[in-house]
Design a protein around this ligand. Structure first.
Ligand code: ATP
Ligand code: MG
Length: 262
């Protein structure tokens, strides 16, 4: 299936320089130099609590009161600088069109049917574009679909619905937090195929090792909020260098072996 049409994107090349995020005085993330090249798919890996979601939210300006974001983001192509305060106020998404799939929560208001929600959305998004993205993620609109409340969709359907909504806003930079959560293996494989087809610049966090290794061009491995490693994906998965990344990859390989994968 073809990717639903989109406008062309202006290239950018983001560098996160000395980024420090603290919440209520506690240091959560410290990244001295991370690069996010245009069109690359970057995966954030790391144990639970290592700061993946916090880093995504900081770049989107979504962190709550009590959060301090220091450092800055430079676009090496336009030479634009985004400082900590600007990031906190969401300047990055204001200049680069960002799309965001949060780790949890539904994009659908609880009291509205899917059809009602999409009707509201259509004020900003063309119906055909929205429907094409729904189809792209394996969902087909009909009367039954439109009449459902968010609670009447399965977890995986809600996730794919949310992905279609994110893509329909025509983002240049997509942030996906745990995109495979709630999806069965077959759906994960399908999603992998779909996301591989997209040319968007993508930063995603996942605990799915196989999904990450197949989709990502580069890996940022976080350990207790620090960037322990940034590497090309093929290098990282072949030979992780930091101790934390080695333990992380070994644990996954053991699990996969136990499930019969080589
Ligand atoms: N609003 C907050 N107030 C206080 N602490 C927070 C807040 N948000 C995140 N944290 C803490 O920051 C750390 C990093 O959290 P974060 O959600 O970024 O981890 P993560 O790597 O996404 O984990 P997971 O893989 O479980 O989703 C955790 O210790 C978490 O408890
Ligand atoms: Mg998270």
């Amino acid at each position: 299936m073809n990717t639903p049409s989109n406008r062309t994107f202006l290239p950018f090349s983001l560098h996160l320089v000395d980024l420090r995020i603290s919440i209520q005085g506690v240091a959560i993330v410290a990244a001295s130099d991370i690069s996010i090249p245009t069109k690359a798919k970057t995966v954030l890996l790391g144990n639970s609590g290592s700061g993946k979601s916090t880093l995504l939210k900081a770049l989107l300006g979504l962190l709550a009161a009590g959060t301090v974001v220091e450092g800055h983001v430079i676009d090496r192509i336009t030479q634009r600088h985004y400082s900590g305060v600007e990031l906190k106020n969401g300047k990055l998404p204001a200049i680069i069109r960002c799309g965001y799939l949060p780790q949890s929560g539904s994009l659908l208001p609880h009291h509205t049917t899917a059809g009602g929600f999409l009707k509201d959305l259509m004020r900003h998004t063309h119906t055909t574009v929205m429907n094409d993205w729904l189809e792209f993620f394996g969902l087909e609109r009909n009367e039954y679909f439109d009449s459902k409340l968010p609670t009447q969709f399965s977890g995986g359907e809600r996730r794919r619905f949310a992905l279609a909504v994110v893509l329909s806003s025509n983002p240049e930079l997509i942030f996906l937090d745990e995109p495979t959560s709630g999806l069965d293996d077959e759906r994960v494989e399908e999603l992998l195929l779909r996301l591989t087809q997209l040319e968007h610049t993508m930063i995603f966090a996942t605990h799915d090792y196989v999904f990450a290794s197949r989709l990502a061009d580069q890996v940022i491995f976080l350990e207790n909020g620090k960037v322990a490693e940034q590497a090309r994906s093929d290098e990282f998965f072949r030979r992780p260098r930091s101790e934390g990344a080695k333990r992380y990859c070994d644990a996954w390989r053991r699990l996969l072996r136990e499930h019969g994968e080589k």
